[in-house]
Design a protein around this ligand. Structure first.
Ligand code: NAI
Length: 310
């Protein structure tokens, strides 16, 4: 990228994921640029600090794999890209999942099967959809649903007026699950927020879409929910132990493979963000973040636009 070579004296591209084992490859660098599933735990950060690295620039919004307290105690600045395409990429993916699952067109993926048997779907118009978390992405997804004539309920511990003004109705999580035909987990991670208990509260046959963070959905409970038909359809762009898939761990791959082979489940490889426009925006903001870090080395009073603190 032009913006990178113009801003920095040297950029080293390393293919390996960041981990305690690979951290030493950053020896002599001022900063590292990491992605969503890189291991930025305590051990990696200590190894980076020992190499003289003073900044971890995440080229993504999520930072759940960064040990922020350890980074702070080591004096490592953590930066991220808070929003790069909230108006398109992630809501687009949620919408694609919903329409694909609602029309049950997945069978068409198998070559030559053009029979209509088993392909009866349902109209989204007039259905009630629940959004868990009404940040940027949740609101953009809600706008699509409202445009399709859905009623949109939402749960968020920090409701916002913009969402209310759009016509989103805030309710408690239990009411959202019990009333919605479709529940979308679009937002911040809360481990196993959707678990055996919360799944038991769902309207029978509801669709769940998770494009947020894998840890939000208890996969084992989701499998049980699908078996009992409490969950009618499941779309997952993110899943627990994603790092395990990247590392080729067989068990995680098997669980996902078994899930993906069900006709009412759609699994995609954490790609909601993946559009050319988003990649461009991510590269530009990351370069700006790193430039701020370099400038701060000369003037410690400077602050960072996109710093993540514990
Ligand atoms: P945001 O920061 O704008 O909004 C987060 C919202 O979640 C806030 O309104 C907050 O009040 C709410 N929230 C916090 N705790 C909650 C809880 N316990 N229950 C319900 N809501 C809660 O975030 P943004 O940009 O809209 O991103 C949302 C999520 O999507 C994040 O988890 C992010 O990591 C994920 N994401 C996934 C991508 C993908 O490729 N699949 C790409 C980009 C973001």
């Amino acid at each position: 990228m032009e913006c990178w070579s113009a801003k920095f004296s040297s950029v080293k591209m390393i293919e390996a994921s960041l981990s305690p084992v690979t951290a030493s490859l950053a020896n002599g660098c001022d900063a590292v640029c990491a992605f969503v599933n890189d291991d930025c735990g305590a051990e990696t950060l200590e190894a980076l600090a020992a190499c003289g690295v003073g900044c971890v620039a995440m080229r993504c919004a999520g930072y759940d794999r960064v040990d922020l307290s350890m980074a702070e105690s080591l004096g490592i600045v953590v930066l991220r890209v808070p929003a790069y395409s909230p108006h398109s990429a992630e809501p687009q993916r949620s919408f694609a999942c919903m329409t694909r699952l609602s029309k049950r067109t997945r069978q068409h993926m198998f070559a030559g099967n053009y029979a209509l048997s088993g392909l009866v779907g349902f109209d989204m118009h007039g259905k009630t959809c629940g959004i868990i978390g009404t940040g940027l992405i949740g609101r953009c997804t809600a706008a699509i649903l409202l445009g399709m004539g859905c009623r949109v309920l939402a749960y968020d511990p920090f409701p916002n007026q913009t969402a209310r003004d759009m016509g989103i109705e805030y309710v408690e999580l239990e009411e959202l699950l019990a009333s919605s035909r479709s529940a979308l987990c679009g937002q911040d991670e809360t481990r196993h927020l959707i678990n055996k208990h919360t799944i038991s509260l769902l309207k029978p046959g509801a669709m769940i879409i998770n494009t947020s963070r894998g840890g939000l959905l208890d996969t084992a409970a989701a499998v049980e929910g699908l078996d009992s038909r409490k969950i009618g359809a499941l779309g997952m762009d993110v899943y627990e132990e994603e790092g395990g898939v990247d590392a080729g761990r067989r068990r995680v791959a098997q669980v996902l493979g078994a899930l993906a082979s069900r006709p009412n489940v759609l699994v995609t490889p954490h790609m909601a963000f993946l559009t050319a426009d988003a990649l461009e925006a991510i590269a530009e903001v990351t370069a700006e973040n790193l430039a701020e870090f370099v400038a701060s080395r000369h003037d410690p009073s400077l602050t960072f636009t996109n710093q993540v603190l514990p």
